[in-house]
Design a protein around this ligand. Structure first.
Ligand code: FE2
Ligand code: FE2
Length: 265
């Protein structure tokens, strides 16, 4: 079973990238499931019901989130009803939405998506390691295909999570840093892993945001409001092939495309 996971979609540029590339990606890879991180899809901050609908209409089966989950207040209007929207599972009990979802595609196949968030250089949520252990205790008896988006800042925490989950889930992919890492691999016990998928958004900004404002912030240390850069896009994703018998990863392949270059060979 093949999964296409798209890294943090940032603003209008990121959404244009997805809209432009998805038809070709579907033809080329024929994924059973398409999952995307959408925490920055509304102008860099959060997501709206309209944007989520656009992504679902384009063939995205599930949307994961992160530390920007609550930035756009529209989320509170639909997160509890949206079965395909997955926010970090280690928010305190009682937080709106859910951190685990069982996605079903048109052929009736099932894929569990879990989203958790790191605690290093990010808000102090519940322990992501204990949280995911609790989730797996409940899931493992029933589900073979479990895909984890670990949304974290520190590469060390992400690599540690990869080792923690090796042999326990199908794959662990990192999001949040917006820069694709070149360390994709299948871990010894069969779990596919990459530290960060990379973002899908404007190439010439800073992590998808307009660069002049970010530069001003760094140079002056004064409060500056960032806006999403709407320039030419880059697209980052990962394709993971899961063994239908074991649920573990057979192959993991990074994807990177630029609007300004030939998109496909
Ligand atoms: Fe992000
Ligand atoms: Fe993030």
């Amino acid at each position: 079973m093949r999964i296409l996971f798209i890294g943090d979609i940032v603003g209008g540029s990121g959404r244009r990238a997805v809209k432009t590339l998805l038809p070709e990606l579907k033809r080329k890879y024929d994924p059973a499931f398409i999952v995307a991180n959408g925490e920055n899809s509304a102008g860099g901050r959060g997501i709206t019901a309209q944007i989520a609908k656009e992504l679902y209409d384009q063939g995205v089966h599930g949307i994961t989130m992160g530390n920007h989950t609550w930035d756009n207040k529209d989320i509170f209007n639909f997160i509890d009803e949206d079965e395909r929207m997955i926010r970090p599972a280690n928010y305190p009990p009682g937080t709106p939405g859910k951190g685990v979802a069982v996605l079903r595609n048109a052929s009736g196949k099932e894929l569990v998506i879990v989203n958790t968030m790191g605690r290093t250089f990010l808000p102090p949520l519940d322990c992501p390691f204990q949280t995911i252990d609790g989730i797996l205790d409940k899931l493992k008896k029933k589900h073979k295909f479990i895909f984890v988006d670990f949304h974290a800042e520190a590469t060390s925490e992400k690599i540690a999570m990869g080792w923690h989950l090796d042999g326990k889930v199908s794959a662990v992919v990192g999001t949040h840093t917006h820069v694709q890492t070149h360390d994709e691999r299948v871990l010894p016990k069969g779990t596919g892993y990459v530290t960060d998928v990379g973002m899908t958004g404007a190439r010439d900004g800073v992590l998808g945001m307009e660069r002049d404002a970010v530069l001003q912030k760094f140079k002056t240390q004064l409060p500056v409001r960032f806006t999403a850069d709407e320039g030419k896009w880059m697209f980052h994703a990962v394709v993971v092939d899961l063994d239908n018998d074991t649920g573990f990863t057979k192959k993991i392949e990074l994807i990177r495309r630029f609007e300004t270059e030939a998109v496909f060979e």
